[in-house]
Design a binder for this molecule. Sequence first.
Ligand SMILES: [Zn+2]
Length: 277
Amino acid sequence: MRSTLVTFPDGRTSGRSQVVGAVPVGDRHGLVVAETPFHPLDHTWPDQPADRGTIGGLPVVDCVTGARSSAGEVFLGDAIPVRRGTEEGWDWLVVHVTETPLPVGAEVELEVDADLRAALSAGHTACHLAALAVNAALAGHWRKEAALDPLGHPDFDQTAIVSSRIEPHGSVDVYRLGKSLRKKGFSAEGVDFGKIAQQANEQLAAWVAADAPVRLDVPGPGLTARRTWHCSLPAGEASIPCGGTHVRGTAELGRVEVAFSLEEAALTMRTTCGGAG
Ligand SMILES: [Zn+2]
């Protein structure tokens, strides 16, 4: 089994390939093909959920990342002992989980649930835009020089983020506002997050109205190639390393809005998008 070639970065949702391996996943079956349109959950930064769909007509109940060591041992998801993309001696696999086995060597059709994929792609693009809009809205609240985001604002998102979960038509991002962030120059004290959300939402509306083109830079066909998200916003070209899937233009999102909830030292940002506007 060599590293799986992936077509989801190009927006593909169907394909045909050969089953090149099978690994047990509990009492289920993990099928590996040479090339797949399925996006698996990333074990290092599990933001975008796995695609659903069918392989050889069988439901794909989950899709996880696998890593095969040079000794031939395959590790799945959380059990992978190395970071995403470690190249020396490792092959990176998209593992399609099914209830029923398929024979190695079989030629199979792969069909991703295109509606769910489209909803997750919208949620993922909205998540990146929300991060940039919130960075801009919070820019005046930093007391020290900080790492800058692609639009030149202090990068609150990447400095404070704890977890990011992409959902259909949205995302949930959790930020830590504790001592280490204060040391880096950001204090949440006195910040009116209702106002910040309003400011960010105005920026997001302008970006949707501008229908900025979105594309992925794909340096190679392997699962763990270092892909980059690009969006040509009126304020400049934004680039963010990203392993997920996206829409092709910001107008597709319809409307993007963020809302915050603040608890102790954690700030949760819920981003939603959809054609409501
Ligand atoms: Zn991303």
